[in-house]
Design a binder for this molecule. Structure first.
Ligand SMILES: CC(C)(COP(=O)(O)OP(=O)(O)OC[C@H]1O[C@@H](n2cnc3c(N)ncnc32)[C@H](O)[C@@H]1OP(=O)(O)O)[C@@H](O)C(=O)NCCC(=O)NCCS
Length: 158
């Protein structure tokens, strides 16, 4: 069973060691860098929610959620919305349904509105990241035509 768990003193190294394949590195930052970004967000008025993705007792991935980022250059959708950032499943555990199951759990969690109310959830992704695009579309995300840096914005109405 897939669960989302807190990053702890005990599991942090295992989470930092999870990685995507070399060809996928341009799609997502390292988990170490993502956790560092969480610190910067948290100390600058943001609401980062980083999680380890576990399959039973095995860490298999990482995801970071944010809510209503302020003070950053952000797409217009970002205010009072949840963002799914840095979703990754380690290269050894991909294509086994973990990413899809993690998305189910992530959206269930977002729909508890843990950091505040919201109408939308958004994700930015590189146009040629077809597995990610297919995954997000299957959950009802649709591109809104906005481009953020070199990434497309896809949006789900909660
Ligand atoms: C995107 C990612 C998280 C998916 O995780 P995963 O555990 O491999 O995905 P799953 O096995 O649950 O597959 C879920 C869906 O993803 C899509 N998918 C996964 N691998 C794919 C591939 N090689 N080609 C096309 N679609 C693919 C399919 O839509 C699949 O749905 P299905 O159940 O109908 O087959 C994983 O590929 C990953 O970590 N990629 C690198 C990091 C990244 O790109 N993150 C997204 C940043 S925006």
């Amino acid at each position: 069973m897939i669960t989302l768990r807190k990053i702890t003193l005990e599991n942090r190294r295992a989470i930092f060691n999870l990685e995507v394949s070399e060809e996928q590195r341009r799609f997502v930052a390292s988990n170490l860098s993502s956790v560092a970004s969480c610190y910067v967000l948290a100390t600058n008025g943001g609401h980062p929610l980083p999680f380890a993705i576990y399959s039973d007792e095995q860490p298999v991935g990482f995801v970071m959620l944010t809510y209503g980022i302020t003070g950053y250059e952000i797409p217009s959708i970002a205010h009072d919305s949840y963002c799914i950032l840095r979703l990754m499943v380690d290269k050894h555990y991909q294509n086994q349904g973990y990413g899809r199951e993690a998305m189910n759990k992530i959206l269930d969690f977002i729909r508890t509105y843990p950091a505040g109310p919201a109408h939308y959830c958004w994700i930015s992704y590189k146009a040629d990241n077809l597995p990610a695009k297919k995954l997000y579309e299957s959950f009802g995300f649709r591109d809104n035509g906005e481009i953020f840096g070199d990434e497309l914005i896809t949006v789900l109405t909660l």
